[in-house]
Design a protein around this ligand. Structure first.
Ligand code: AMP
Ligand code: ZN
Length: 137
């Protein structure tokens, strides 16, 4: 399979490698939104978050938190975003599950223009809550 993250995991030569064990690897993003922008990737190939097996989650999220705190300390950031783009519409470009850790600073304007919507009488918050509740199974 032609997957850039599988090749990185198999070669183990990435300049920005931070962590690896038998389940999880972590390395720096080659196109950082801020310096220290880090990716946390399961060793096993899952296309995206939809495919993430439940039995990976405890280890994965514990390691994600550990690495995020290390990134925050190392970069002296004031906070961070943890993002998992899922699907082309959500800007996923590498189809091997990963989370981004993006160090953030006060007024850094990394995500400057977000287009917030409003619920109103024609599109109610309640109708969306009901739709989503029906899909929880
Ligand atoms: P996404 O758009 O959420 O799928 O994120 C994929 C990320 O992988 C992008 O931010 C890329 O910059 C990053 N990326 C692609 N190739 C490499 C690489 N060889 N080393 C590190 N990061 C990479
Ligand atoms: Zn892969």
């Amino acid at each position: 399979m032609d997957c850039i993250f599988c090749s990185i995991i198999n070669k183990d030569e990435h300049e920005g490698m931070i962590f690896r064990d038998d389940k999880i690897v972590s390395f720096l993003d080659i196109r950082p939104l801020s310096y220290g922008h880090t990716l946390v990737v399961p060793v096993a190939h899952y296309t995206d978050f939809r495919e993430m097996p439940a039995d990976l989650m405890a280890d994965y999220f514990a390691q994600l938190q550990k690495i995020a705190l290390a990134v925050e300390r190392a970069t002296e950031a004031h906070g961070f975003n943890i993002i998992c783009n899922t699907g082309i519409a959500a800007s996923q470009s590498v189809f091997h599950l990963h989370y981004h850790i993006i160090p953030r600073y006060h007024d850094d304007e990394v995500f400057k223009r977000l287009n917030f919507k409003k619920y109103d009488h024609s599109i109610t918050m309640h109708s969306y809550a009901e739709k989503i509740k029906k899909q929880l199974f």
